[in-house]
Write a protein of this length. Structure first.
Ligand code: NAD
Length: 270
């Protein structure tokens, strides 16, 4: 098997849709065996079928897990190690944006708690069990396999920018992902475990498009994006591939923005 992830094992959460779907396919194209994790098992199985039709030599496992439950995350990582003997790439990507998440005055506590449970605690658990697995990775120098690995945590551009269209819990959870990832990167750097955050800009995936359901809502955001369009999930998947592969071997603790320029903009072109 050739490719930028040849002989490696990757686990992707939220593998049934959007960024997770495109990244799983791309990781498979680059030679990784992929564990497809989603709370929606049907969606994860559909991703497995797409990969099987395109890359019959790649092995996948589709498994149901709620990343907001520690036991589920542990079981998914255990499955990767039992089936494939190692874990090289952990893409903690699953997340939610709750329609009732609003400003400080109106957001209900249970919406805050649910958002934190999935978007922040879920990433912590993903990191915890990935680190434990990556420490034990068998080495095979002839195949370029080492202990350690690459952890990628999906944050968001809203972790860096404030918005007058608030989703307070979501924003706070993603800020937590950035801070936590940086600290993990430093703590585990000498174990060969790299930890980076991916900060996508606004994308054309169900997560955002279900929410921006009128032209006015879309335009309210697009005016702030220098490129004047929403991003595609595949454009984030390509950045995830870079962080997953050895091409980024000296990159750790980064807040990697892939956002059409939104975090660099003051006044955008008309
Ligand atoms: P999506 O809604 O298209 O896909 C998310 C997937 O995660 C779905 O398949 C869903 O079933 C799964 N999922 C949801 N809750 C889960 C849970 N508790 N456990 C396991 N799986 C779960 O979303 P997307 O746009 O691909 O977003 C992926 C990540 O990117 C999220 O963390 C999101 O916050 C982040 N992000 C998205 C955008 C955007 O504009 N779409 C921008 C910045 C960051």
């Amino acid at each position: 098997m050739v490719g930028r992830l040849a002989n490696k094992v990757a686990l992707v959460t939220g593998a049934g849709s959007g960024i997770g779907l495109e990244s799983s396919i791309l990781f498979a194209q680059e030679g990784a065996n992929v564990v497809l994790v989603d709370i929606n098992l049907d969606a994860a199985e559909k991703t497995a079928k797409i990969i099987a039709s395109k890359y019959p030599n790649v092995r996948t496992i589709a498994t149901k897990a709620d990343v907001g439950k520690e036991a589920d995350v542990k079981a998914a990582v255990d499955k990767a190690v039992q089936e494939f003997g190692r874990l090289d790439v952990m893409f903690n990507n699953a997340g939610i944006m709750h329609p009732k998440d609003d400003d400080a005055l109106t957001t209900e506590e249970h919406i805050w708690d649910l958002t934190m449970q999935i978007n922040l605690k879920g990433v912590w658990w993903g990191c915890k069990y990935a680190i434990l697995a990556m420490r034990n990775n068998p080495t095979d120098e002839s195949k370029g396999l080492h202990t350690g690995g690459s952890i990628i945590n999906t944050a968001s551009f809203v972790a860096i920018l404030g918005a007058a269209t608030p989703q307070l819990a979501y924003t706070a959870s993603k800020g937590g992902v950035l801070a936590m990832s940086r600290e993990l990167a430093v703590v585990h750097a000498r174990e060969g475990i790299r930890v980076n955050s991916l900060c996508p800009g606004p994308l054309k995936t169900p997560l955002l498009m279900d929410f921006l359901d009128t032209p006015e809502k879309k335009e309210r955001r697009l005016v702030h994006v220098p490129m004047g369009r929403f991003g595609e999930a595949i454009e984030i998947a390509k950045a995830a591939l870079f962080l997953a592969s050895d091409d980024s071997s000296y990159v750790t603790g980064a807040d990697f923005t892939v956002d059409g320029g939104i975090t660099s903009a003051y006044v955008t072109p008309i």
